[in-house]
Design a protein around this ligand. Structure first.
Ligand code: SAH
Length: 236
């Protein structure tokens, strides 16, 4: 059985399990993954806990088999239904932004492949993730099960409403772009330094934005330019 560790520097799954998952897949070997981590380092990711999780997360299991050989390139890839798995650099940067605050309970809007949630899982106590496209939500749930990620709870629902049942969250990561921050996400953020990371802007270019809540005061910081698929309302 694969083992999940709570420690921020822990393995996502045991090395022996990694080997069995990777057997015979040269392109998805540990060496390929080490190269990705080296590249993220040169691109400015210095958080060792985040880099360790990326080193140990089998991204090739989050894309279609036909794309597995490209899984450790630092690029977004299609996952069907007009959606993409985020670029590893962006996953690392967004994770880095919320992890420094040691969040316990994290909400992700836009499960997609499940990769971002899987990267968060070993770093926090509980990950809630929501997806509006049912087949994607189902596939992601199967991946979490296969990887033994028992602290990830995946819901098929509209993330513009947040996930009120388990609020407040120490951090919320939105992996789809919006012109405006949905009010529900602001409401469901912890009043004690809760952090929201969201790409804000139109369809071609957005700015990664960090919102920090203290009481009813929301501080907003504009960061790197990014490109994400749009945050849409309703379920399909
Ligand atoms: N975090 C994902 C990347 C997802 S791409 C990964 O690691 O693979 C963005 C995802 O957000 C898409 O799957 C899209 O369907 C989803 N999405 C868009 N609007 C949404 C909404 N209102 N609620 C939930 N999910 C949404």
């Amino acid at each position: 059985m694969m083992q999940l560790m709570a420690s921020p520097v822990g393995w996502l799954i045991k090395p022996s399990d990694m080997n069995s998952l990777n057997r015979g897949i040269g392109m998805t070997s540990q060496r390929t993954r080490d190269r990705l981590v080296a590249r993220l380092r040169t691109e400015g990711i210095h958080n060792e806990a985040v880099l360790d999780v990326i080193r140990n997360t089998p991204r090739h299991l989050f894309v279609d088999e036909a794309l597995a050989s490209r899984a450790y390139e630092d690029t977004a890839l299609p996952i069907g239904y007009n959606q993409t798995i985020s670029q590893p650099y962006v996953v690392a940067a967004m994770t880095d932004l919320i992890i420094s605050n040691h969040p316990k309970k994290v909400l992700e809007i836009g499960t997609g492949s499940g990769y971002q949630a899987a990267v968060l899982a070993p770093l926090v106590e509980k990950v809630y993730t929501v997806e509006r496209i049912e087949p994607l939500a189902k596939q992601a749930r199967q991946r979490f099960r296969k990887l033994g990620l028992r602290n990830v709870r995946a819901s098929y629902s509209d993330g513009t409403e947040g996930l009120p049942d388990f609020a407040p969250y120490d951090a919320i990561i939105t992996t789809a772009a919006s012109e405006q921050i949905p009010q529900a996400l602001l409401d469901q953020l912890s009043e004690r330094g809760g952090r929201l990371v969201i790409p804000l802007g139109g369809s071609n270019l957005q700015r990664l934005t960090l919102v920090t809540r203290r009481g009813n005061n929301y501080e907003q910081e504009s960061l790197d330019p990014v490109v994400f698929v749009p945050l849409l309302s309703g379920q399909v």
